[in-house]
Design a protein around this ligand. Structure first.
Ligand code: NAP
Length: 294
């Protein structure tokens, strides 16, 4: 049986790990807090005492953790996966990390004999649990071919952008554009609310107008209803992605990205307000009427 180590069982990783079990892989799992693994263990996963324990003997190691720091910890920290991974094993990083980190980690893991693929994803936790993510891959073509059997349980949609790091570049611009849109929607709706417009009509106009994108439509409905049940993407994660994207922009562009920087600032406020709540809660900050205190 083909062995996969899955590391990071948060909102996204938990469902993704389950996909390997559903598809007949032998799966070892590790998460910083063990409770999130309980039902996966009941479904047949082996609980590993550390990322290193999970990676021992695995043909592919897949990680889905919060950020650069978490990624560094689980791959090359003490008891990290790289310590035991066998030569030639696939190292598939699905977390959204910075471009710099993706390149540094790829170099480090290659030196240790692993085959690194960056494969950040788009799609919400329900897509992760049902194998309907979109995978944004940066890899040598030959490495991607080897990785396909390990990517297939996660998705049928693989967008191969080029060499290692290119999947991360696309993911970061995607999420920066999303951050700008969502922060803009919050401000637009807040103005309309305070001006006393009929918000049902505003929503209808947005949904059929030229400013709409799937992102705008989804968030405007939730913001107007103040319905943030089941946070799927948090303000802390959105802030992280926008900040990584702006850092990349600043390494490539002569002009500092003004709009991107504004989105980072907007999400820094949302993160300070409620880091682990849904990113759409931005509306609660910006809709406070003039003259009222925070
Ligand atoms: P999450 O629910 O907050 O899970 C974060 C995971 O990272 C948890 O397993 C957490 O462990 C682990 N972690 C955090 N810091 C760590 C550290 N220092 N050492 C070891 N493990 C650490 O986040 P998520 O929504 O699943 O997102 C995971 C990744 O997917 C992020 O990079 C995010 O940007 C990306 N993403 C998310 C979505 C989405 O809709 N949610 C969509 C696309 C991409 P604990 O369980 O112990 O806290």
């Amino acid at each position: 049986m083909t062995k996969v180590a899955f590391i990071g069982l948060g909102r996204m990783g938990h469902g993704m790990a389950g996909r390997y079990l559903d598809n007949g892989f032998e799966v070892a799992v590790w998460n910083r807090s063990k409770a999130k693994a309980d039902d996966l263990i009941a479904r047949g996963a082996r609980w590993a005492a550390s990322p290193a324990d999970a990676a021992a003997g695995a043909d592919a190691i897949v990680t889905m953790v919060a950020d650069d720091e978490a990624s560094r910890t689980v791959w090359i920290g003490k008891d990290g996966a790289a310590a035991t991974a066998k030569a030639g094993a696939l190292a598939i990083e699905c977390s959204t990390v910075s471009y710099r980190h993706a390149l540094d980690l790829a170099r480090e893991l290659r030196q240790r004999g692993l085959v690194y693929i960056d494969s950040p994803v788009t799609g919400l936790p329900d897509a992760a649990a049902s194998g309907k993510l979109t995978l944004l891959v940066g890899a040598e073509a030959v490495d991607l071919e080897r990785a396909r059997p390990y990517l297939a349980p996660l998705s049928a949609t693989i967008r191969h952008f080029g060499a290692v790091g290119s999947g991360t570049v696309y993911k970061l611009i995607n999420n920066l554009m999303g951050a700008i849109q969502i922060a803009g929607v919050a401000e637009g709706l807040a103005i309309a609310e305070q001006a006393g417009l009929d918000m049902k009509l505003v929503l209808e106009a947005i949904e059929t107008g030229v400013a709409a994108s799937p992102q705008v439509i989804r968030h405007s409905r939730r913001m107007v209803a103040r319905n943030f049940a089941g946070a799927s993407f948090t303000s802390a994660l959105r802030h992280k992605d926008a900040a990584y994207a702006v850092a990349l922009a600043e390494s490539l562009l002569a002009e500092s990205p003004l709009v991107g920087r504004a989105a980072v600032q907007a999400y820094a406020r949302a993160k300070a307000y409620a880091p682990d709540d849904d990113e759409g809660k931005m509306i609660e900050i910006v809709s406070r009427p003039k003259g009222t205190k925070a």
